[in-house]
Ligand binder design. Structure first.
Ligand SMILES: [Ca+2]
Length: 233
C-alpha cells in the first residue's frame, strides 16, 4: 500500500488505539455477512475528519484497508396508514395489506390489516442506520392464504437530509422549527411536500408516498430519530 492508502492505514490504526466503544464494521469485499462489533469509538461525526465513516481494521493477522460503516442512530418509521390502495381480492372487493421496509440488509414488516384498502396501522418499525446514502425501500403486499402474496406497489425515500439534520446539535433551535421542506418531484416518491421538523426535542418528518407499479395508493409515514448513547453526534 502506498501514498494516501498507507497514510490512511497508519491513521486508522492510530484511531483504533485512541477510541474505544462500539462500531459496526462491514467488509467492502464481502456481501455483508458480517456486521462485526469492535471496541472502537465512532469517528464519523466530523465532516472535516478524513476518517468519517472509514477506518482500518486488522483482520486475521493481515492488515487491510476496509470500509467500515458506523452506526449513526435509529430511524423509527411509524407506518401510519394506507390510502386508496389497490383491490387485490375481487371476491371481497378489498385487500389484506402489509408493509415491508428495507434498508441495506435489514427488513422489517408491519402487521396484516384484513379486508381493507384504507388500512390504519399506526405501527412503529425501527431500522438501524449505518449508511445515510442508502434509501429506505418500501413494498406493500396483499396477504393471501393459499397463494403467493401479491405486490400492491412500492416506493422509496431518501434519508440523507433527515439524518444530516438529526445529527446536528439543535438545542438552541426554537421548538416547532421547520428545518427543511422537500418538494414532490420526478426523482422522489413524495405525493405532497414533506417537512423535517424540530419539535418536542425530536427531529421528525411526515411523509406521504405515492406508490409506484400499481394503479392507485398512497402511504403515510412519520419518521423520528433516536440518537444512541455513546455514538458521537
Ligand atoms: Ca388477499
Amino acid at each position: 500500500m502506498d501514498g494516501p492508502g498507507r497514510r490512511r492505514g497508519q491513521e486508522g490504526k492510530r484511531a483504533m488505539r485512541q477510541f474505544g466503544s462500539r462500531m459496526y464494521l462491514r467488509m467492502r469485499s464481502r456481501p455483508l455477512p458480517a456486521i462485526v462489533v469492535q471496541p472502537l469509538h465512532t469517528v464519523a461525526s466530523d465532516p472535516q475528519d478524513p476518517f468519517a465513516g472509514f477506518c482500518v481494521a486488522v483482520v486475521g493477522g493481515r492488515e487491510e484497508e476496509r470500509e467500515m460503516e458506523c452506526l449513526l442512530g435509529l430511524l423509527k418509521v411509524r407506518v401510519v396508514r394506507g390510502v386508496h390502495l389497490a383491490i387485490c381480492d375481487p371476491l371481497t372487493h378489498s385487500s389484506d395489506p402489509y408493509v415491508v421496509l428495507r434498508h441495506g440488509q435489514q427488513k422489517v414488516k408491519s402487521s396484516i390489516k384484513y379486508r381493507t384498502c384504507n388500512p390504519e396501522w399506526n405501527e412503529e418499525l425501527t431500522l438501524s442506520i449505518t449508511n445515510m446514502m442508502n434509501p429506505v425501500k418500501i413494498e406493500l403486499f396483499d396477504h393471501d392464504t393459499f397463494t403467493k402474496d401479491d405486490s400492491m406497489g412500492n416506493a422509496e425515500f431518501c434519508i440523507l437530509n433527515f439524518v444530516e439534520i438529526a445529527k446536528q446539535d439543535l438545542s438552541d433551535v426554537p421548538d416547532g422549527t421547520v428545518m427543511k421542506s422537500i418538494h414532490p418531484e420526478t426523482g422522489n416518491c413524495l405525493a405532497t411536500e414533506s417537512h423535517i421538523t424540530w419539535k418536542d426535542g425530536k427531529v421528525s418528518q411526515d411523509i406521504v408516498l405515492k406508490l409506484r407499479d400499481t394503479e392507485t395508493g398512497e402511504l403515510v409515514l412519520q419518521l423520528t430519530w433516536v440518537n444512541i448513547p455513546g455514538v458521537a453526534r
